[in-house]
Design a binder for this molecule. Structure first.
Ligand SMILES: NC(=O)c1ccc[n+]([C@@H]2O[C@H](COP(=O)([O-])OP(=O)(O)OC[C@H]3O[C@@H](n4cnc5c(N)ncnc54)[C@H](O)[C@@H]3O)[C@@H](O)[C@H]2O)c1
Length: 245
């Protein structure tokens, strides 16, 4: 079984930097045409220029995962240009920490909107195209989908929902040829980790380091590939042993 993606079409949300840029790069290096979606147009354009300069097939698109019309425009384009979609990686996400009494509704809902509604919309809007390709969904959850620490009420709600939605997508998708799995990174050396401030997960990681984004990408690519053809509905921690505690 192969993890080659030659001739495949892949969508990566939050693809301009961090883990999303690493996923975009790996799928492109393995032969896919990759659509990297993000709000960070300068970074996205630079990534596209860098990767296309290496002869890889990467298209950056400005795309807000919370926007139904952005998803409609994307799927219309994919339908016309490719007729189907092989892989959807719902990676875009934000973090915000505040303990329950200090949290407020607007910030709570903003995290849910990007991390949860964004994943729902991606699966909802791309479902038919994925089904046509007998494709794969890989959602990016977090160890905070199943664990917690003070200040993570919004983030845990958003990521636990991703784990649950992934299982639902797997049981519904089996009938139409779609596999759906999620990865749960521990700490990864990206801007989000810097935004978080103190990282309890990093402090409790037996391997005593954060991941390089590429260490998440290789697991995402495996789950998206025919090498994982009988794997669906699972949550894979990629966390240096954090969840083994
Ligand atoms: N860094 C970590 O330690 C860590 C750990 C576990 C899970 N995660 C998850 O991994 C994923 C990737 O995060 P990262 O670590 O690469 O951080 P990051 O902040 O570098 O990347 C997140 C990307 O998502 C984009 N994004 C945010 N809102 C968006 C929106 N509405 N529409 C489109 N794009 C949007 C950002 O612009 C950014 O490019 C996220 O879902 C995050 O929650 C991160």
């Amino acid at each position: 079984m192969t993890t080659d993606f030659t001739g495949r079409t892949v969508v990566v949300t939050g693809g301009a930097r961090g883990q999303g840029a690493a996923h975009t790069t790996l799928f492109a290096e393995r032969g896919a045409t990759v659509y990297a979606l993000d709000l960070l147009d300068d970074l996205g354009a630079a990534l596209q220029e860098d990767l296309t300069g290496r002869g890889l097939k990467v298209v950056y698109r400005h795309h807000d995962v919370t926007s139904e019309s952005d998803w409609d425009a994307l799927t219309a384009h994919l339908e016309e240009a490719h007729g189907a979609l092989d892989v959807l990686v719902n990676n875009a996400g934000i973090v915000h920490t505040a303990e329950i009494p200090e949290e407020n509704l607007a910030r709570f809902e903003r995290v849910l909107s990007v991390n949860t509604t964004g994943v729902f919309l991606g699966m909802n809007k791309c479902w038919a195209l994925l089904s046509d390709a007998r494709g794969a969904i890989v959602n990016v959850a977090s160890v905070y989908g199943l664990h917690s620490n003070p200040g993570y009420v919004a983030y845990t709600a958003s990521k636990a929902a991703v784990v649950g939605m992934t299982r639902t997508a797997a049981v519904e998708g089996a009938a139409v040829g779609i596999r759906a799995n999620c990865v749960s990174p521990g700490t990864v050396q990206t801007q989000q980790l810097a935004d978080e401030g103190r990282s309890y997960v990093r402090e409790a990681t037996p391997m005593d380091r954060g991941a390089d984004p590429s260490e998440i990408s290789s697991v995402v690519a495996f789950l998206a590939s025919p090498a994982a053809s009988f794997v669906t509905g699972v949550e894979v921690p990629v966390d240096g042993g954090f969840s083994a505690h």
